[in-house]
Design a protein around this ligand. Structure first.
Ligand code: LMR
Length: 397
């Protein structure tokens, strides 16, 4: 019966993490998956999360409503859109989702069902590999827009704008709120303003992928600039929020999808459709992660502690960037490595070739993505010099 089932390719991100776990080398380093590690290379449970969990001990395990915890949904929209909401919540619908992936998935299904047939979802080149998978598996055509310039290791802004202008009117553009994955390259606020102008002219629809709010600048409001800009400019838009990175809730699958409409009267109908899809897929979302987020965000003291911890996490990664650049300079590694400190968020797009990546993986047991993406969270004082020496070897051989 199943002899014709073909073997699917290994996931380009999670597959690397599996290979790391299987490696028994004592010097192995994991810079693959985007998950925070502390200065000892260990996964980190935030103190604010721990405190919330203590308060939640014994909380009921009953089913949540299909669209999740109402308070969680409100707090999520508020965290992302902040003061830009300003009464617009009446034309917004938020549902709890299985983190960013789940929110994207529900949103893309909604696009397939209720946007004009043939609407294309444009994804940056490069982007998080799962964007294309989600579109494909949801039956929506995806295409790419120019984003990264490998020569400057920065943004190809002209290319991005040209592709936005060339796309059919009313296309969906997946835009990374901040801390672009995998490149760590974000538009400036001025560039975002121009992007919004072009999107407006073309009637494009922003779909904000918000996986790193607070992780780019360490400031939640600053990092939310792009989403708030689009809301203020009156766009109908989507946003997928993940609490995996900023709350460290990876396996808890806590996130939210928000859709903004021009009209208030369509919101109950939109919610009813979202609920129907959720019910058919997994009935209702998991409780624990969303309860943690709700507990933290509804208590000013816990929120302050969380913000402090978020600053510490993003601050540590900034320090790691500088230390990597310093180590490469100390070893006189040829080439400019300034892009490592110019880029922001959890990743650096090193520019290492697939052959150089292979040297790092095979010879040094340093696991990174085939694209050269390094999750800086995996580096610390104990392995930065080892990493830099491996890069030196890879670059010079
Ligand atoms: C990553 O890009 O490493 C993370 O977003 C984890 C994932 O699910 O791919």
């Amino acid at each position: 019966l199943f002899e014709n089932v073909p073997l699917a390719p290994v996931d380009p991100i999670l597959g690397v993490s599996v290979a790391f776990k299987a490696d028994t080398d004592p010097n192995k380093v994991d810079t693959s998956v985007g998950a925070y590690r502390d200065e000892n290379g260990k996964p980190y449970v935030l103190k604010s999360v721990y405190e919330a969990e203590k308060r939640l001990l014994g909380a009921p395990k009953e089913y949540l409503p299909i669209d999740g915890i109402p308070e969680f949904n409100k707090l999520s929209a508020k965290l992302l859109y902040g003061d830009a909401m300003n009464g617009k919540e009446k034309r917004m619908v938020t549902v709890q989702a299985l983190s960013g992936t789940g929110a994207l998935r529900i949103g893309i299904i909604f696009i397939r069902k209720y946007l004009p047939a043939g609407t294309v979802v444009y994804v940056s080149r490069p982007s998080w590999a799962n964007h294309h998978n989600i579109c494909k598996e949801s039956g929506v055509k995806s295409a790419e827009y120019t984003y990264y310039n490998p020569k400057t290791k920065g943004l190809d802004f002209e290319g991005m704008i040209a592709d936005m202008k060339a796309a059919p009117n009313g296309s969906v553009f997946v835009l990374h709120l901040c801390a672009h994955n995998p490149t760590g390259v974000d538009p400036t606020h001025e560039q975002w303003n121009v992007i919004a102008d072009v999107m407006r002219e073309k009637n494009h629809i922003p779909f904000m992928d918000c996986a790193y709010q607070g992780y780019a600048s360490g400031d939640l409001d600053y990092d939310a600039y792009s989403a708030r800009l689009f809301l203020n400019r009156g766009f109908e838009m989507f946003s997928a929020q993940s609490y995996s990175k900023n709350f460290g809730l990876y396996g808890e699958r806590a996130g939210a999808l928000t859709i903004v409409s021009h009209r208030e009267d369509v919101i109950p109908k939109m919610l009813s459709q979202l609920k129907m899809d959720i019910r058919a897929m997994y009935s209702s979302p998991p409780t624990h992660g969303a309860r943690i987020v709700t507990t933290v965000l509804s208590d000013p003291e816990l929120t302050a502690l969380w913000v402090k911890e978020l600053k510490e996490m993003s601050g540590r990664i900034k320090d790691v960037r500088q230390k990597v650049v310093d180590a490469l300079a100390q070893l006189n590694v040829p080439g400019s490595w300034k892009h490592i400190t110019d880029q922001i968020g959890m990743f650096t797009y090193t520019g290492l070739s697939p052959a150089q990546v292979e040297i790092l993986v095979k010879k040094y047991h340093i696991y990174l993505l085939g694209s050269g993406r390094v999750s800086l969270a995996g580096l610390n004082d104990n392995n930065i010099m080892y990493f830099a020496k491996a890069v030196a070897d890879a670059v010079q051989n």
